[in-house]
Design a protein around this ligand. Structure first.
Ligand SMILES: [Fe+2]
Ligand SMILES: [Fe+2]
Length: 161
């Protein structure tokens, strides 16, 4: 496997682990507000990010590359409000999308079709990720500071399977 692509994939493994770390920290913040449904939703998001990391890990191993695990930075602990949490999550997903696109360009330039096809799953997944987080941002923006509205969204998000 091309060392440049191997390195970039290792970098993406770290990004996915950091995403998980960030979302788990967001879940803990939401728990501290007593918003169990929001917290559960974020917890599930955190678990999905671990799966993304492992998907890339397995791919690197299967292709005979070498996995190198980088430091994972400490995520923030506090936010101003649930809305700020989801706005930041959306921004983070947009950042991840740009990283995936960068990887895709790299694979194309190197003529690495296997990596390109592998990354297609992530390109599609990012559309889903941005849409689902964006939906929560819209709902939270709509209810503003209404405790009733917040309670209703909390109940809905808590039903995520
Ligand atoms: Fe991810
Ligand atoms: Fe994600």
């Amino acid at each position: 496997m091309d060392p440049k692509i191997n390195d970039a994939l290792n970098g993406q493994i770290k990004e996915e682990f950091y995403s998980s770390y960030l979302y788990l920290s967001m879940a803990a913040y939401l728990e501290s507000l007593g918003l169990k449904g929001f917290a559960r939703w974020m917890e599930m998001q955190a678990k999905e990010e671990l799966e993304h990391a492992m998907k890339i890990y397995k791919f690197v191993v299967d292709r005979g590359g070498r996995v190198r695990l980088f430091d994972i930075q400490q995520p923030p602990v506090e936010w101003e409000s649930p809305l700020k949490v989801f706005e930041e999550a959306l921004k983070h997903e947009q950042y991840i999308t740009s990283k995936i696109n960068g990887l895709m360009s790299l694979a194309r330039e190197a003529g690495d079709y296997a990596t390109e096809i592998f990354l297609q799953w992530f390109v599609t997944e990012q559309i889903e990720e941005e849409a689902s987080v964006g939906e929560v941002v819209e709902k939270l923006t709509l209810v503003k500071d209404s405790p009733n509205g917040l309670f209703m969204i909390d109940r809905e998000l808590g039903m995520r399977q």
